[in-house]
Design a protein around this ligand. Structure first.
Ligand code: HEM
Length: 217
């Protein structure tokens, strides 16, 4: 069995690199998340969907906030902003791609095993927490071509930013509308710092920034 790994701030600040390694080396692995809870981290697109549709897992729900990560993703990739300014009709596609690219819920879709299960060939006993990483599933090249590239013209079919299966987000239509309005309002703002220097709040469940410095010119 893969040894349990204690996840640190690196997991919060730079999750994409770490989870890309996990998807290859140990896609279903025991971990302790930064809030101190032990469980199993699931990082592959297929495995995430399998957990979310497995009736032997119980849901522990939290609702997501916000599009701040999306704004960061967009602002740090100027070509995406330019494409949107030039053609606002592309906003719905842009919102969908931003949800995939910088998913607001990281491992927020907590599950608890009511029975023994097997995911991706790894047995997980009953009474364990399972952290399905929506962030990682949305950057899995098994699900999306060149997943680390922000491309508002791609097909985002199958992204799991709003979950998957019976618990798929009930507020998704409202959240999509909010995203279109909010991102439309900030298209003239610019990120005032290098996006790599931004600090993410210490929660591996949701993704939120400590501060988002912007400038108007
Ligand atoms: C960007 C914004 C949002 C994101 C990324 C998001 C994401 C999610 C995700 C991933 C789930 C599945 C949780 C699970 O499987 O355990 C979920 C469920 C849910 N969301 Fe959202 N959500 C957002 C906004 C909203 C809003 C605005 C509302 C309400 C107005 C809402 C209401 C719900 C509810 C009620 C559920 C539970 C559905 C159920 O358990 O059957 N969400 N959301």
């Amino acid at each position: 069995m893969t040894e349990s790994l204690e996840l640190t701030e690196t997991f919060i600040q730079t999750p994409h690199e770490l989870e890309a390694e996990f998807r290859t080396a140990a896609p279903v692995r025991p971990v302790k998340i930064p809030s101190g809870i032990n469980g199993w981290l699931v990082t592959r697109h297929e495995d995430v969907k399998a957990v979310l549709t497995d009736p032997r897992t119980l849901s522990l729900h939290r609702t997501a906030q916000g599009y701040v990560p999306a704004f960061v993703g967009l602002s740090s990739r100027v070509s995406g902003v330019a494409a949107l300014r030039a053609d606002p009709a592309r906003m719905p596609d842009a919102v969908e791609e931003l949800l995939r690219y910088e998913s607001p819920l990281h491992t927020g879709t907590l599950r608890f095993t009511a029975e023994d299960i097997e995911i991706g060939g790894v047995p997980i006993p009953a009474n364990e927490f399972v952290f399905v990483s929506l962030l990682s599933a949305n950057r899995d090249d098994a699900g999306f071509e060149e997943p680390d590239k922000l491309d508002i013209s791609r097909s985002t079919n199958g992204h799991v930013a709003f979950g998957h299966g019976i618990r798929h987000c009930l507020g998704a239509p409202l959240a999509r509308l909010e995203g279109r309005i909010a991102i439309g309002r900030v298209l003239d703002l610019h990120l005032a710092v290098d996006p790599d220097t931004l600090t993410w709040r210490t929660s591996s469940l949701m993704r939120d920034l400590e501060v988002l410095p912007v400038r108007t010119k």
